[in-house]
Write a protein that binds this ligand. Structure first.
Ligand code: FO1
Length: 320
């Protein structure tokens, strides 16, 4: 653990974001890192509230994640789902036994009247996580994709349809009426905040729902500390998931320039992968650019990228 005592806020989605969040948690002391997580992927299923991104970050930081797929729990068993199938229930969304245990606890705490933020704090504490993992909102926000012939809920598109339908648009149902969580607002307004890191999560599915919350983009634009984004694109491809496919479907080139366009006005710096070094000087005319290895396949790389992000923020900090 370094002696860096400044405070940082990470904005994060699922698997890719969780990797950098893990790196940051290894570098920053508890109390110096707030991880705010997308809840647009959440949905009700088999009577349970599923919060895939919160759970992915939670399992990753507690060291129990199934590391090959990046979500769910390692050493999982499937007894409940087998019985659900036998009873004619839905099994397209794979919930393992250990994972279901977390969902039962979440459901029961929510039923007792706790907010999603409070429930998440309880669960993360039980799993010995010292860093703050905070849902972007305690109110329901549901990402939906506009496809040929109508609107599809996010997990239906992502898991059931394996991201195959062409996307014509994305919306975040409920976001206008939702309240930004007090933990998120508190972190943005914290006088000791030294910088914000937008993790290399899918900008459209994972980060935009956070930015669409009332007041968030405005607050980010007026922050006096650096906001840096780590691009999820490496050499014209997405590290994982449908980011590149969605960019093409939304008529965007799959380039670092397009990522810079997307975050234009919100970020002061963009971290791009070393393979895209050649684009840095042109991009540098618009915003600060830092090149680094951004692909994280092991903990050393996650910690190294976290350190690079903090160094990048430090280099942009006018007060330092
Ligand atoms: N992703 C899949 O591709 N198939 C699944 O059956 C699946 C189940 C699942 C259960 C719990 C959980 O926390 C995540 C799960 N995911 C599954 C991943 C999830 O759909 C995505 O990672 C995110 O929503 C996108 O960030």
């Amino acid at each position: 653990m370094s002696q860096n005592k400044k405070k940082y806020l990470a904005l994060c989605g699922g698997v890719g974001g969780a990797k950098l969040a893990l790196g940051l948690s290894r570098v920053l002391e508890p109390g110096c890192l707030t991880i705010v997580v997308n809840t647009g992927d959440d949905f009700e299923h088999l009577g349970l509230l599923i919060c895939p991104d919160i759970d992915t970050v939670t399992y990753t930081l507690s060291g129990v994640v199934e590391s090959r797929q990046g979500w769910g729990r390692a050493d999982e068993s499937w007894n409940v789902l087998d019985q659900v199938e036998r009873l004619g229930g839905e099994t397209w969304f794979r919930l393992g036994d250990k994972d279901i245990a977390l969902h039962l606890v979440r459901r029961s705490l929510l039923a007792q009247g706790l907010s999603l933020s409070e429930v998440t704090a309880r669960i993360t504490r039980s799993l010995a996580i010292d860093h703050a993992i905070i849902p972007m909102s305690d109110d329901p926000i549901r990402t939906e994709v506009v496809v040929d012939g109508g609107v599809m809920s996010f997990q239906h598109y992502f898991v059931k349809k394996r991201c195959q339908p062409r996307i014509f648009g994305i919306r975040y149902d409920g976001v206008e009426k939702a309240k930004t969580s007090s933990g998120f607002i508190g972190a943005l307004n914290d006088k000791e905040l030294a910088g914000v890191i937008i993790c290399p999560s899918n900008p459209f599915l994972s980060i935009d729902p956070l930015l669409a919350l009332p007041g968030v983009s405005e607050l980010l634009r007026t922050l006096s500390v650096p906001v840096v984004a780590v691009s999820p694109i490496v050499g014209g491809r997405a590290i994982k998931g449908p980011t590149a496919k969605i960019m093409q479907e939304l008529d965007m080139p799959v380039t670092q320039e397009a990522i810079a366009d997307h975050y234009q006005g919100l970020v002061s710096g963009l971290m791009i992968d070393s393979v895209d070094k050649a684009t840095a000087s042109e991009l540098n005319k618009r915003l600060a650019v830092h090149t680094s290895d951004t692909v994280m396949t092991n903990t050393t790389q996650k910690v190294a990228l976290a350190n690079q992000c903090l160094a990048f923020i430090d280099s942009l900090d006018k007060s330092s």
